[in-house]
Design a protein around this ligand. Sequence first.
Ligand SMILES: Cc1ncc(COP(=O)(O)O)c(C=O)c1O
Length: 362
Amino acid sequence: MKWRTYPDDVLPLWVAEMDVPLAEPIVRAVTDALALGDTGYPAGTGYAEALAAFADKRWGWDGLAVERTAIVPDVMLGVVEMLKLVTGPGDPVVVNSPVYPPFYQFVEHMDRQVVEAPLGADLRIDLDTLDETFRRAVTGTRRAAFLLCSPHNPTGTVHTAEELSAVAALADRHGVRVVADEIHAPLTAEGVEFVPYLSVPGGEDGLSLMSASKAWNLAGLKAALAIAGPAAAADLARLPEEVSHGPSHLGVIAHTAALRDGTAWLDALLTGLDDNRRLLANLLAEHLPTITYRPGEATYLAWLDCHALDEDPADVFLRRGRVALNSGLPFGTGGAGHVRLNLATSPELIAEGVRRMAAALG
Ligand SMILES: Cc1ncc(COP(=O)(O)O)c(C=O)c1O
């Protein structure tokens, strides 16, 4: 999608796909399956076992119980299924804007109402705003859910254990159920601690979605996992069996290989992403000093504040610079005046992107 949507003279630095060679263990696992003719339906718990071992080793979390997981077609359809388990039609779903635009689209499509609790000026969860938003959301007899993005897309914010515990306490106080989209978790920078929501005190009745899709560039090989905390096991048990028919067997094979054998590749990727974040910050400071960039601690997405421009900056950069970025507008409140840039590409293309952005304003 990234390279095929715009004409050839446009440099695409938008949708969350990476310009990387696929990790060798994934190539091997999928080609072995093809050579065997192993292209039927998925079976077994290998994906969940690989994720549980990865979570233990990477994040020191040994609480991912395979019996409290379910395979789902992808993270967003998993989010929809989890929200169906804990809310009904018309119920509110709280999100921290600005946030990944499909949070709005999928939630509205399933007849829930999106309610925004904007991030603070520091791009972190504003607990007072969340408290007040939860209070309003549950007014009447409504069931409400909080769709947490952890780490946060587009800002790359990694929520701390303290913040997540405070979120759990607020959710508990107001009777709001938490569904955590943790797809970007393996993309947490080295030296920064990712804390799984289900591991924090009070997070036991949470539901989480994880997958290898973002960190190993597997969006075209669909499969994800829904994970229930101990106090949400009964909810996950109500997930209809037919949901497990959605993920592809080759997707499950690819994601399992990534989590089981793709750690060295991931570590090399994270080193490159760190370098790219620094490069982008330096180039912007030099050539586009009116743009504010606060490098995140996870993801390969850069959230750029371009308020100095009068028009939608993504439109200006595309028309005048021939560089495609995501407009901040669909990210909800807080998105205007911003663009999201995907830095999971070569240093040369990042430099070319900044050159084009500067030319657009020059
Ligand atoms: C926060 C977040 N959730 C979900 C997705 C999409 O995941 P999937 O393709 O598994 O639905 C993305 C993709 O960029 C994302 O950033």
